[in-house]
Design a protein around this ligand. Structure first.
Ligand code: CU
Length: 468
């Protein structure tokens, strides 16, 4: 019910028009992008692309966490999460950001392959000042589940509600009975039951709140008809919380990751979403009408400083049986992924990125290659990148690469076969992840960082340039 409401509100702000050809800073060569091997290659749809026009006004709002609990927050269009944006591959998204906040802001389009000028970081744009507007304009190149969020004073602006989901539909999507989006967040309240300010110790372990919300609400209650198979697109929008998602221990199928559908579905009983991560699930069919299933996270120890706990996010009820029209029968229909690195050849890293920490007078600095806000060497478009991300700390860090998808090719030095495109990956404490990607020709300034927002702010990030 709430899902439908979310969509309706969002559609009111969306405008569809024939797409004129994109101009200026937003131009990318789609054919070259798809040929470069840095992500999925969509099938042509034959459909005329549209232009989707949307306004995101960032400003004060009242956020109703649950019936009777309202906090002052910041939202886009007065809502948390912001409007769900839905487009199709090839469409041009035009977003008019209006800043009604008391401080500067920007929007980062997490996971999208866009021109660097549209990436929404302070490396590529002057933050939008209070009272000003900025137009983001880019082509939606890849089907999948993405999200948008502030990339300025993130630790505060995301916590206060400046985030939303973006779904890009491709051709030949498998059909499900219901397509849901679930955006997970945790909110930390103070004694006055308002959103708490940043505490000094948040800088160490990252900020975790105790009000767990799905699509902005702490009392989520979903119903799935017996016999139905639903597609759940899940976004972890928490500042720091790791979510080891479980549906009351019942098996479900993972069908998608950061960069759209996997090449094969895999059946599990839980899956880890680190901050910034997306996962797509096939949920159901269930036969036990009337059953109540907990949407919960299982204990996961990401740092020795926090005791892992099992926590409840919401409830899923199995409703009366309905006929299913789902075409999904276990296969995603995606052809096997072509590994960027031949699995029979030795893996030689082109770059090592060391995640580290040091004590300072204000607590911890979080480092990349020994420095805060590291300036890394440029990379050349078209040249295969094999990055070994080594975690020298005792704490897990979610590593996020802007603007490019990668394949995970080794974990702790052991080769793995990639089944999906990713833009965010967990690097376990004292562990390593080797990833591969080919930067296509989108020259400019890019970045990577830990997606624990407090770690990013405290320095665990790197700038790099893609050159032709
Ligand atoms: Cu971190």
């Amino acid at each position: 019910m709430r899902e439908r409401a979310l969509r309706r509100v969002c559609m009111m702000h969306m405008h569809h028009a024939k797409a004129p050809s994109p101009s200026g800073a937003s131009v990318i060569d789609l054919a070259a992008l798809y040929a470069a091997g840095s992500g999925p290659t969509p099938r042509a749809s034959g459909r005329a692309p549209e232009q989707i026009e949307i306004t995101l006004e960032a400003g004060d709002t009242e956020w109703e966490l649950r019936a009777g609990t309202r906090v002052s927050a910041w939202g886009y269009q007065g809502q948390v999460p912001g409007p769900l944006i839905v487009g199709r591959v090839g469409d041009t998204l035009v977003v008019r950001l209006i800043n009604r906040l008391p401080e500067p802001t920007t929007i980062h389009w997490h996971g999208l392959r866009l021109a660097p000028a549209m990436d929404g970081t302070d490396s590529v744009q002057v933050p939008v000042q209070p009272g000003e507007t900025f137009e983001y304009r880019f082509v939606l190149t890849d089907a999948g589940t993405y999200w948008y969020h502030s990339h300025t004073n993130e630790t505060v602006q995301l916590e206060r509600g400046l985030y939303g989901a973006l779904v890009v539909l491709g051709v030949d999507e498998p059909t499900f009975d219901v397509d849901r989006i679930l955006v997970l967040d945790d909110v930390k309240l103070n004694r006055k039951r308002q959103i708490a300010g940043t505490a000094l110790f948040d800088r160490h372990s990252g900020r975790e709140g105790d009000v767990l919300v799905i699509n902005g609400r702490a009392d989520s209650d979903f119903e799935i008809a017996a016999g139905h198979v639903e597609r759940w697109r899940i976004v972890n929008a928490c500042n720091a919380r790791y979510v080891r998602l479980s549906l009351g221990g019942r098996p479900f199928r993972i069908i998608g990751a950061d960069g759209g559908l996997r090449d094969s579905a895999t059946t599990v009983t839980d899956t880890l979403l680190v901050p910034g991560d997306r996962v797509e699930l096939a949920v159901g069919p269930f036969d036990d009408e009337g059953a109540t299933i907990a949407i919960e996270s299982l204990p996961y120890r990401r740092t020795a400083m926090r005791r892992p706990r099992r926590t409840r996010w919401g409830t899923l009820r199995v409703g009366p049986r309905q006929p299913s029209r789902a075409t999904f029968a276990g296969s995603t229909g995606v052809s096997p992924m072509v590994p960027l690195v031949d699995e029979s050849k030795p893996l030689v890293a082109t770059r090592t990125i060391r995640l580290g920490a040091r004590m300072t007078f204000h607590g911890h600095d979080w480092l990349v290659n020994g420095e805060t806000h590291h300036h890394d060497a440029p990379i050349k478009a078209g040249e295969l990148q094999i990055w070994n991300v080594v975690n020298d700390t005792g704490m897990d860090h979610p590593f996020h690469l802007h603007g490019f998808f990668f394949q995970i090719v080794a974990i702790d030095g052991v080769r793995v076969t990639p089944h999906a495109w990713e833009d965010t990956v967990n690097v376990v404490g004292k562990g390593s992840v080797t990833l591969a990607f080919v930067p296509d020709a989108r020259p400019g300034q890019w970045m990577y960082h830990c997606h624990i927002l407090e770690h990013h702010a405290a320095g665990m990030m790197g700038h790099f340039e893609v050159v032709l």
